[in-house]
Write a protein that binds this ligand. Structure first.
Ligand SMILES: [Zn+2]
Length: 108
């Protein structure tokens, strides 16, 4: 079922009040960050338990994804409060990147 792909963990700004993006896994289990163009304010009614499966406004279609990030991204700025956060990819993403580099630099 690929329909669950858009469901992901909220990637919060350091204030823990704004959502900068969403963390999803691609088909091979690699973590990706869907970076939103504009940060969202988390609804206060959302319990901490619900934050794990955050889905913006029910469907997410009104959220503009600026970039899909697999690698390391420094200083993503929250456009609500201006705080910065750095995205560090999971180990599996780093392995995948290294594999790509190895293939590219390998014998032809
Ligand atoms: Zn913020």
């Amino acid at each position: 079922m690929e329909s669950g792909r858009r469901e992901g963990m909220a990637w919060m700004c350091p204030s823990r009040e704004h959502v900068l993006g969403q963390v999803v896994r691609d088909g091979s289990g690699v973590r990706q960050l869907l970076l939103y163009r504009h940060a969202l304010t988390l609804t206060p009614t959302l319990s901490p338990a619900d934050r794990g499966t955050f889905s913006p406004k029910g469907g997410g279609d009104d959220v503009e994804v600026m970039a899909v990030v697999e690698g390391y991204v420094c200083d993503v700025r929250c456009d609500i409060c201006g705080r910065m956060r750095t995205w560090v990819p999971g180990e599996e993403a780093i392995k995948k990147l290294l594999e790509r580099i190895t293939i590219k630099d390998g014998t032809e």
